[in-house]
Design a protein around this ligand. Structure first.
Ligand SMILES: [Zn+2]
Length: 185
């Protein structure tokens, strides 16, 4: 950040009085610009023994497969964000959603919240997807998944499916898992 979004004056990075970490400070209007992690909300749409994946039509990870997910917007709940992303990317509706994986990514300031639910009716690739398809466990393109959060969520799902028990999984991914892991969704 270089300039104050309130008044346009240059900002400087410094620790405000009483705080313990640097913030962007505007000395012209006095605003402290706090920056906080972003929530990525999405769904794991399930249809029988298959799950729905989207092939990305946008960078990063163009052409790789992912679950429908994206950044939460203001004035939304997490479930609303997950269902909206599912409509936008997969043209799909999902019922009976419950939170399934919550993954902290402190190195990129993101928190993933993936909701498991039942796929309802038809689906179709949205503008951010090249293709949308259903996959059985043996057909999952493990080497062509877009993000480690997606791989982790799918591994939990197919393991839990053997017991027909789907508890909430909370975990952390603390660094990039490979050189190609992008810093955004
Ligand atoms: Zn200002």
């Amino acid at each position: 950040m270089n300039f104050c979004s309130h008044c346009g004056a240059p900002v400087r990075l410094a620790i405000p009085e009483g705080d313990d970490r640097p913030r962007y400070l505007c000395e012209s209007c006095g605003t402290i610009h706090y920056q906080n992690p972003k929530i990525v909300a999405g769904t794991l749409p399930v249809s029988g023994d298959r799950v729905l994946l989207c092939k990305r039509a946008i960078a990063p990870r163009y052409g790789y497969w992912t679950l429908p997910a994206g950044f939460m917007e203001n004035a939304e709940t997490t479930v609303e964000a997950a269902l909206r992303e599912t409509r936008e990317e997969a043209g799909a509706e999902v019922d009976n959603v419950t939170l399934y994986t919550l993954i902290n990514l402190p190195h990129i300031d993101q928190v993933y919240m993936i909701f498991r639910g039942e796929l309802k009716g038809e689906f179709t690739a949205g503008i951010e997807s090249l293709e949308v398809a259903l996959f059985r466990e043996e057909d999952i393109p493990w080497d062509a998944l877009a993000f480690s959060t997606i791989e982790r969520t799918l591994k939990h799902f197919f393991a839990d499916r053997k017991n027909d028990h789907f508890p909430l999984h909370i975990s952390d991914i603390r660094k990039r898992q490979g050189a190609d892991e992008p810093p955004a969704v």
